[in-house]
Design a protein around this ligand. Structure first.
Ligand SMILES: *[C@@H]1O[C@H](CO)[C@@H](O)[C@H](O)[C@H]1NC(C)=O
Length: 239
């Protein structure tokens, strides 16, 4: 901006070359004034950017860690019907726009501990099943997963009690499809989680039928929450 002003002034002086001395000096006076105003304007712009960053961005932590617990009614398996408890650690990265969830070995025996990343920038979710030490990747489902900012607000609001209000569980069923060899296409956050591990793409199974316990041998379950309800992600081998 300053350079542009300077060029404009030189050009004005050249154009006005044959004009008398008095006119010339008043012209350069106008130029100095313009430049002064521009510098002032730039200063104001930078100052307001700084104020904006200070008051609005630093208010949100770059990384927030929540230890969460939830009580839910297990309606999926009748023998286990009743109230269950699920714990997880949620890390929210608002600027980078992703969430990382760590599910320890759950109370419910049938599900696996896992690390999960929801990358909103890439629109991808990755599950690292710790029991199998395998990674599974699928498009992010925004009807199940709250965006970082909203999840952060939800968790800050329930932090006082550490428990979310009693809730319910939904099930989604996935089938592992092709092996992913080019890990870098998954973005740096998922890459960090999954590199060096066998990684597969997932496809959502459309038929809404429940998997019986008998045929569940080739399936693994991960129970997690990143919303006001619990999700059981069932990951099955392609048969
Ligand atoms: C997202 O999840 C919901 C609830 O399980 C499901 O009905 C919907 O089809 C899913 N959307 C996509 C794009 O997978």
């Amino acid at each position: 901006m300053e350079t542009a002003a300077l060029i404009l002034c030189l050009w004005l002086q050249e154009e006005q070359a044959p004009v008398v001395q008095g006119r010339r000096s008043s012209l350069s006076g106008v130029c100095y004034l313009t430049m002064g105003l521009l510098v002032l304007l730039l200063g104001l712009v930078f100052a307001s950017m700084y104020v904006y960053r200070y008051f609005f961005i630093t208010q949100l932590p770059r990384e927030s860690v929540f230890h969460c617990g939830v009580l839910y009614e297990d309606s999926l398996y009748s023998p286990f019907k009743g109230q269950l408890e699920l714990h997880e650690d949620v890390k929210i990265y608002i600027e980078e726009n992703y969430e990382q969830i760590n599910v320890p070995v759950p109370q419910f025996g049938g599900s696996d501990p896992a690390d999960i990343i929801h990358d909103f920038q890439r629109g991808l979710t990755a599950y690292h099943d710790i029991t199998l030490d395998k990674c599974y990747v699928i498009e992010l489902n925004t009807t199940i997963v709250m965006p970082p900012r909203n999840l952060w607000e939800l968790l800050v609001n329930v932090k006082k009690g550490t428990y979310l209000p009693q809730t319910y569980i939904i099930q989604e069923e996935m089938i592992a499809t092709e092996h992913v060899s080019d890990m870098e296409q998954l973005g740096s956050f998922i890459y960090r989680l999954c590199s060096g591990k066998e990684t597969y793409r997932l496809k959502r199974r459309s038929t809404r039928r429940r998997i019986s316990r008998r045929e569940a041998g080739d399936c693994h379950r991960i129970r997690h929450f990143e919303n006001t309800f619990v999700v059981e992600t069932v990951i099955c081998k392609k048969s």
